[in-house]
Design a protein around this ligand. Structure first.
Ligand code: PSV
Ligand code: MN
Length: 389
């Protein structure tokens, strides 16, 4: 085995995994949004639910917000409320995809007035970050085109660069811009930031505070995501993960559900590059929706899936691996990885939770807590939060 088990436990104890506020609202597909009992009706109730995930896993220091879905009157009050519940406000996710004006795109739109509207929104997000004390602005753009000839692909890149530059200049000294890519959807012919290379190019032009966000669900089937991760880490430009799983397109399913081995391979590259070290620039964030499963349990499962993949990656015997690699011993090298991957790390993680005063099994403990029944009884009336709220 690789790192000793005490070191594995200590690393996972300090590995924070941010949860998204939008995981707790109702969600679905373009065909149907299913509603659930007890779903939050405002951003405060979303934070209360996220705090439960932290309470039982001990792994969730921060909650990502989505603007305007999580707009509140008083962000300082909101931040204080979160703090009282044991969490802090995290990444601010911009939203330049829900207004009618964005039909032909936001920051890449051919109309300068609409581009300005989009940039103003990004700047407003930074204003909010200043109040909440958040460091990260995450930008995912729905911009693209549906038909060849619809717009000039290169002009759109120029507009993108210009808009990002204005936003980048507004960042404070400790604030970062995380530029997310996605290979298609909602546009079907071209996407303005479709891949890591495009995101990386723009980040390089912008400066050191711009980093790439790898959303694990945003790649074509068969893509070697760990290679992308290794490359970005090598260049010092991997700023964040958005975790989720996909079988087909961007499904936003529970991380590690579709292919836990892939998640392990990605975490192995992160570990290879020191991405779990103290002071790492990489942030770890869930970006998921729970359409048919219960939401808080879905989030708890996601956290434990990430912890299991990280624990296995930390168990890789790097010395034995390097030796086998340098000797050209293909099977021995592969065995080293498989040994770690095939280790049942659940007892180790249970032990780790006990050491920090938690139940070894966060899912069981949450289900026994009665919180789900409590919110189902209490949260009646009012509009449940969902997409667009
Ligand atoms: C849309 O694909 C998306 O899931 C992106 O991954 C963003 O991170 C998220 O929505 C929130 O805007
Ligand atoms: Mn994402």
């Amino acid at each position: 085995m690789g790192a000793n088990t005490t070191a594995v436990k200590e690393t996972i104890k300090r590995l924070g995994i941010e949860v998204p506020s939008w995981a707790y609202g109702n969600s679905g597909t373009r065909f149907k949004v299913f509603s659930q009992l007890g779903v939050p009706r405002d951003p405060y109730e979303k934070i209360a639910d996220a705090a439960q995930v932290n309470k039982f896993t001990g792994a969730v220091p921060t909650v990502a917000l989505h603007i305007p879905w999580d707009k509140v009157k008083d962000y300082a009050h909101f931040a204080a409320y979160a703090k009282d519940l044991g969490v802090t406000l995290g990444t601010i996710n911009s939203n330049t995809f829900q207004d009618d004006q964005y039909k032909l795109g936001s920051v890449c739109n051919p109309d300068p007035k609409i581009r300005k509207m989009a940039v103003d929104h990004l700047l407003e997000c930074v204003d909010i970050m200043d109040i909440t004390g958040t460091n990260d602005l995450k930008i995912w753009l729905a911009d693209g085109t549906n038909y060849p000839g619809q717009d000039d692909l290169r002009d759109r890149q120029d507009r993108l660069q210009e808009s990002l530059e204005i936003t980048y200049k507004r960042l404070g000294p400790n604030q970062r811009m995380l530029l997310e890519y996605k290979f298609f959807e909602p546009s079907f012919y071209s996407t303005d930031v479709p891949d890591w290379g495009t995101s990386y190019l723009h980040c390089m032009k912008l400066g050191p505070k711009a980093m790439v966000c790898v959303d694990t669900g945003h790649h074509a089937p068969g893509t070697n995501i760990e290679f992308i991760v290794a490359l970005l880490l090598r260049e010092g430009r991997l700023g964040a993960f958005d975790f989720n799983s996909r079988f087909y397109a961007d499904d936003d399913l529970i991380v590690g559900a579709a292919d836990p081995y892939q998640l392990f391979r990605i975490m192995n590259e992160v570990n290879r590059a020191g991405g779990f070290d103290v002071g790492t620039p990489v942030s770890y964030v869930l970006d998921q929706c729970h359409n048919i499963e219960d939401k808080i349990p879905g989030q708890i499962r996601s956290i434990t899936n990430v912890q299991e993949a990280v624990a296995k990656a930390l168990l890789v015997d790097r010395v034995a691996l390097k030796k086998a690699q340098l000797e050209g011993n293909v099977l021995a090298a592969n065995d080293v990885l498989m040994d770690a991957y095939n280790t049942d790390v659940r007892p180790l993680l249970g032990e780790m939770r006990n050491e920090i005063g938690l139940d070894a099994d966060p899912m069981k403990a949450y289900l026994a807590s009665g919180y789900g029944a409590k919110i189902a009884a209490e949260r009646v009336g009012g509009a449940q939060a969902g997409w667009g709220a």
